[in-house]
Write a protein that binds this ligand. Structure first.
Ligand SMILES: O=c1ccn([C@@H]2O[C@H](COP(=O)(O)O)[C@@H](O)[C@H]2O)c(=O)[nH]1
Length: 272
């Protein structure tokens, strides 16, 4: 997928919502546990109920890896289902990978060639040669952790280097890497006060913004400085949508929560 195709989808749906598919078997409705693949059945129902109000799905791989081989198979079935039934959707493997070059190449192969995700999240701290293997894939995106939503992100990411805070160095340095036009960045919604500075460094890049909903981040605050001419934001909510109900009406209730966010986004988009 290209960023232009992603933008066309945003315009058509008047939405820049990304739904996080973080499936926890302790939280999904009981009746699904009797099915052969409860994780996939849950995801399928959520996807069918929400695909027209969001532009992206983001399974966090931890929620699949935790269930071993069966979990990985559920992830595979989920991504294949999205790609076949809703090919316009931008898919994100939230896997936070990155290693020495030859190992990163294998991670890239796993997520881009085997699973056919459009993008994968990557930690930047091993430097250029740990990220460039992901950037070799045309029309695939590498989403670098810049300023994350958790409280302790300040322990390292906000540390002052000789030049600037570390997250700003990550943004600046990464722009010099080969194929850096295929980079996007993770910035937490709980860090809304930093978006003005971030946009000075990466005015045109897409930012993946988790932290709205369960973590308390504000859509309005993020949009104040985070939006660019082509929207440039993918706002993620996972638990706030997935677990709106643990009864048989879970997909309907999830749609209701997603629609609430989409309507807020529509108002913001129409004022752009
Ligand atoms: O800075 C970050 C980076 C990633 N995440 C991930 O996003 C979702 C958020 O889930 P919610 O339930 O909406 O809080 C989850 O997969 C995180 O691992 C993040 O929250 N912050």
């Amino acid at each position: 997928m290209t960023t232009q195709q992603l933008y066309e989808q945003i315009k058509r749906k008047k939405s820049f919502l990304c739904i996080g598919l973080d499936v926890d078997l302790d939280k999904i409705p009981q009746h699904l546990l009797a099915t052969e693949d409860p994780i996939f059945e849950f995801n399928k129902a959520i996807i069918d109920a929400t695909h027209d109000v969001c532009v992206s799905y983001k399974p966090n791989t931890a929620f699949y890896e935790a269930y071993g081989l069966k979990g990985w198979q559920s992830l595979e079935k989920t991504i294949r289902y999205i790609n076949e039934k809703y090919p316009e959707i931008f898919t994100i493997a939230d896997a936070k990978r990155g290693d020495i070059g030859n190992t990163s190449s294998m991670y890239a192969k796993a997520f881009f060639e085997d699973l056919q995700f459009d993008s994968v999240t990557v930690a930047p701290y091993m430097g250029r040669d740990s990220v460039e293997p992901f950037l070799q894939y045309k029309d695939k995106f590498t989403i670098l952790l810049a300023l994350t939503s958790n409280d302790s992100s300040s322990e390292f990411q906000l540390l002052k280097t000789d030049h600037d805070e570390l997250y700003k160095e990550v943004l600046r340095k990464s722009k010099t890497w080969k194929n850096s036009n295929q980079l996007m960045y993770v910035v937490g919604a709980t860090r809304a006060e930093y978006f003005r500075e971030i946009r000075k460094i990466v005015p045109d890049s897409f930012l993946l913004v988790p932290g709205v909903g369960a973590q308390g981040g504000s859509l309005i605050d993020v949009c104040k400085y985070g939006l660019n001419k082509k929207v440039g934001l993918l706002i993620n909510s996972s638990r706030g949508i997935l677990y709106a109900s643990d009864k048989e009406d879970f997909a309907e209730k999830a749609r209701f929560e997603a629609l609430k966010l989409q309507r807020e986004m529509q108002i913001i988009y129409e004022k752009l």
